[in-house]
Design a protein around this ligand. Structure first.
Ligand code: PLP
Length: 431
């Protein structure tokens, strides 16, 4: 009824999260198996310990548990984080830390503090949609940078930076997810991280490093040492580091943090005041107790093992059901497998067919700043039980076969297509 005229230009231009839209299909339809959202496995939440902690913090003797808290965050948690960061090789002090309501809020605060409308934000191709949405909604100009199997491509990064600066645009930062990137699952090599940091120093560019998955490496193919954050080697406050308890404790608490130069943290705190005054006091208490009692650390090995096993189940099912049609870089940790359909199937069209077969995933187009790359899909193996992952892949395979039959391409020698795609993917990595 003509209500749009009341909206700001910024609101009219806002992007909704593509993943949320797909996730909603999974939730609203009966017997649809969703490989769409990056949800942890709920059976891995420390239910018993959390129940006990609830009893201990809800006695009513400490009114601050249900009170407003400091914008910067619950002090004991802030003071505990340097210890946690030390295990990741990062030396931090409390004045470099601010608690955020999920890393998603951290990204949004970064957009407010580092971006002006029209500034360029550099992101990997493909990149995490939640970050892209925050940057877009701050009216940034998003520009994609190629990545290869080792991580972001420094030559392309330099080319893009020169082009943007040459066009008179301010490049606010480069956003990267070095550990088990969402959506590709790629682990940036240590050499590439060092190269990126040196490049950023030489070109005076800020790095936003988003690290929710680093603790979830799979020890059949990766080590903890390989997940060392770029921040660990940052000597001149060039890296703004975000991490979260969502994937290792539970996302329902919405507790995460940013570590950055104290002057940046002060600005982020001011931006946060107008966003939510403070993150939930009780949620921070829970997370602090979970950390203090060693509940989180003692469960990490279990989490790694279970997610590694699910990754294997998904890979085996894909090889069995769709081996001639799909290739992917092996996930070395995290929650995601990035599938490329070698017959050139358009995954937006495939999704519609897949829903009819009772399975959803996120089409690759959701992760790119520009149209293109229609044959990619992100498959999450984290939430579903192994048997459901197998059923999901069987359903996906039926949808793929139907799609290929309709296109009349199923008779094409798939192995030839596969060989050609493998060759292409060696030369031109998974993006
Ligand atoms: C790369 C990345 N950054 C940030 C987030 C947001 O996490 P949080 O639950 O801490 O808001 C996610 C969630 O999936 C993610 O994958």
């Amino acid at each position: 009824m003509g209500l749009d005229k009341h909206l700001s230009r910024a609101a009219r231009a806002m992007h909704a999260s593509a993943i949320r839209k797909v996730g909603d299909v999974g939730l609203s339809s009966r017997d649809v198996i969703s490989l769409a959202p990056g949800y942890p496995d709920p059976t891995l939440f420390a239910w018993e310990e959390i129940r006990a902690i609830a009893g201990s913090i809800l006695t009513g003797t400490d009114p601050t548990v249900l009170q407003y808290g400091a914008t910067r965050g619950y002090r004991p948690l802030i003071e505990a984080l340097p210890q946690l960061l030390d295990h990741r090789g990062i030396k931090a002090t409390p004045d470099e830390i601010i608690i955020t309501t999920g890393s998603q809020q951290g990204l949004d605060l970064c957009a407010r503090v580092f971006l002006d409308a029209g500034d360029t934000a550099l992101v990997e191709l493909p990149a995490y949609t939640g970050a892209m949405t925050s940057f877009w909604n701050a009216q940034a100009h998003l520009v994609g940078v190629q990545q290869d199997a080792a991580g972001i491509d420094i030559t392309d990064l330099d080319r893009v930076l020169n082009r943007e600066r040459g066009a008179g645009r301010r490049v606010a930062f480069v956003y990267v997810v070095p550990n088990f990137q969402n959506p590709t699952g790629l682990l940036m090599t240590l050499a590439r991280r060092a190269e990126l940091l040196a490049w950023a120093a030489a070109r005076d560019v800020l790095i936003i490093e988003d690290d929710p998955y680093g603790a979830l490496y799979f020890d059949d193919v990766a080590t903890g040492a390989e997940t060392r954050p770029i921040k660990a080697d940052d000597r001149d406050d060039r890296v703004v580091y975000l991490s979260s308890f969502s994937k290792t404790v539970a996302p329902g608490f919405r507790v995460a943090w940013i570590m950055a130069a104290p002057s940046f943290v002060e600005r982020l705190e001011i931006a946060k005041q107008s966003a939510d005054l403070c993150s939930s006091a009780i949620d921070q208490r829970f997370v602090y107790e979970i950390w203090r009692q060693g509940v989180m650390d003692s469960r990490l090995a279990l989490l790694r093992g279970v997610y590694q096993q699910k990754r294997t189940v998904l890979e085996q099912a894909l090889r069995r059901e769709l081996g001639a049609h799909v290739i992917w870089p092996e996930p070395k940790g995290g929650f995601f497998l990035w599938a490329s359909f070698v017959d050139g199937i358009d995954t937006d069209a495939l999704l519609r067919r897949a829903i009819a077969h009772g399975v959803v995933f996120v089409p690759g187009s959701a992760f790119y700043v520009e149209p293109g790359h229609p044959n990619r899909a992100r498959l999450s193996f984290s939430e579903q039980p192994a048997a459901r992952i197998e059923s999901a892949v069987a359903r996906l395979a039926s949808a793929v076969r139907e799609e290929l039959d309709l296109r009349g391409t199923s008779g094409r020698a798939p192995q030839a297509g596969l060989a050609a795609a493998r060759k292409a993917s060696e030369a031109q990595p998974p993006e």
